[in-house]
Design a protein around this ligand. Structure first.
Ligand code: ADP
Ligand code: MG
Length: 418
């Protein structure tokens, strides 16, 4: 087949399955969007809106719902002849209120080259340097810029949990009208993936930021089926979808995280396998492709997680992989440590003491690579560990660091765990 032959393609528009593709109208989130709309509606009459706090696990539509909602609101504002402006910031990588303020200012001062899709304000002012001003001064600049925007302003702070307890800005912004005497109705929308962040907000911030809280629950399998079907309809060529594929993607994602992002990724990678695999002129996505996609995603996750690991973290993971291949998991820390000592020596590293090795077990568990099982049966109370990812994926990832792991694979095959 010619390399760029356009017949037999699986995707009609692959972009539609991309994470940043914005659906026209967001199904399955009507209730959440209604609540948000009621908080913001006062803006259409020139009144102060309620601040909103949206929270829920990753991939459950918080960002997508906000984008859809703000787009609707801007239309409604135009109809009502109200001047409404939006500033959006994704706070990934931002760790302080100061940085949030500087980045908000510069988001408005980048002319039309905004880094965020929702931002409408564009001011002809010089950008602020990232450091070197007192926080008060930056806040004042920020509020002056809101005034310069020329209308009421909605500020969207996505993934705001990254600022942790340095949350002054969430206290200052809602009070800006009074404290700084500015004549702008300001609506604040905070979005967080992290439940702890909400719990740990200081009471004064909580009162003002969370006037309306909207919890985005994980999607169940039926919702994910409906979401995927809509996207698949536009993304895929006619007739390439075998029955069972969408329900399988939905079921896998629902069971794991309830994340639409995960479900979409499964479908997209399964589509890749179908499009690039051997096909006798009949490219169809099958359930087998979805299973391979899941393994591929897991492998990527482990590889990404592995990049962050130290040498000993990798040795600990290798040890658990050995035990898993032998069918010995879950296994207790004590036994893992004995094996880890052998593995380390064989790989030419000085083993850590049990306590220090245990820290690595804990880290790997937090990263979702291992699972901890409490065993309170029998005498004493043991922690046991096993892989939380496919053994196959773990070995693939470990092969980047360690030379020859065929023996582990063979052991696993002999024990029917691979
Ligand atoms: P979050 O912000 O909660 O992490 P996103 O809003 O980024 O999640 O959603 C992740 C992906 O799933 C995006 O591609 C988004 O378009 C899609 N998505 C989420 N919810 C829906 C839905 N109800 N309908 C269609 N697509 C959705
Ligand atoms: Mg998001």
């Amino acid at each position: 087949m010619a390399r760029f032959d356009l017949d037999n393609l699986v995707f009609a528009n692959k972009d539609v399955l991309r994470e940043d593709w914005q659906p026209d109208n967001l199904a399955e989130r009507d209730d959440e969007m209604d609540t948000c709309a009621s908080a913001l509606r006062p803006l259409l009459r020139g009144n102060q809106p309620d601040n909103l706090f949206l929270y829920g696990l990753t991939g459950v539509g918080k960002t997508a719902a906000t984008h859809a909602l703000i787009t609707e609101l801007l239309d409604a504002a135009a109809d009502a002849e109200r001047h409404l402006e939006v500033v959006e910031l994704n706070c990934t990588g931002i760790t302080s209120s100061y940085q949030v303020a500087v980045n908000l200012v510069n988001e408005m001062r980048t002319g039309d080259a905004h880094s965020h899709a929702l931002t409408t304000v564009s001011l002809e002012k010089d950008p602020l340097p990232e450091t070197g001003h007192p926080q008060k001064r930056v806040f004042r600049e920020l509020l002056k810029d809101f005034e310069s925007a020329g209308g009421d302003v909605i500020v969207v702070l996505d993934e705001i949990d990254t600022i942790g307890s340095d949350d002054d800005i969430l206290y200052e912004l809602p009070r800006a009208r009074k404290t700084y005497d500015i004549d702008v109705n300001l609506g604040l929308i905070g979005i967080s993936n992290d439940f702890k962040f909400r719990e740990n907000l200081s009471p004064k911030v909580k009162d003002s930021l969370c006037e309306k809280e909207v919890h985005f629950q994980p999607y169940d399998a039926e919702q994910l089926v409906r979401i995927l079907e809509k996207r698949a309809d536009r993304a895929l060529a006619d007739g390439v979808l075998s029955e069972g594929v969408v329900p399988l993607c939905a079921a896998m994602a629902a069971q794991d995280s309830g994340s639409a992002r995960q479900a979409l990724r499964l479908l997209r990678i399964a589509g890749d396998f179908a499009e690039n695999g051997p096909s006798d002129g009949d490219p169809r996505i099958t359930e087998e492709h979805v299973r391979r996609a899941e393994e591929e995603i897991q492998r990527q996750q482990v590889v990404e997680g592995m990049e962050e690991l130290t040498r000993h973290g990798k040795l600990v993971l290798l040890t658990v992989a050995h035990l898993e291949a032998e069918g010995e998991t879950p296994e207790r820390t004590k036994v893992i440590h004995q094996r880890y000592r052998q593995v380390s020596k064989r790989e030419g590293s000085d083993p850590l003491k049990r306590r220090a090795m245990h820290d690595h077990l804990t880290d790997l568990t937090l990263q979702g690579v291992l699972t901890k099982i409490d065993d309170t049966s029998g005498r004493g109370n043991y922690n046991q560990y096993e892989l939380d990812v496919e053994l196959d994926s773990a070995i693939d990832a470990l092969e980047v660091e360690f030379d020859d792991l065929t023996a582990v694979r063979e052991t696993a095959h002999r024990n029917h765990v691979l």
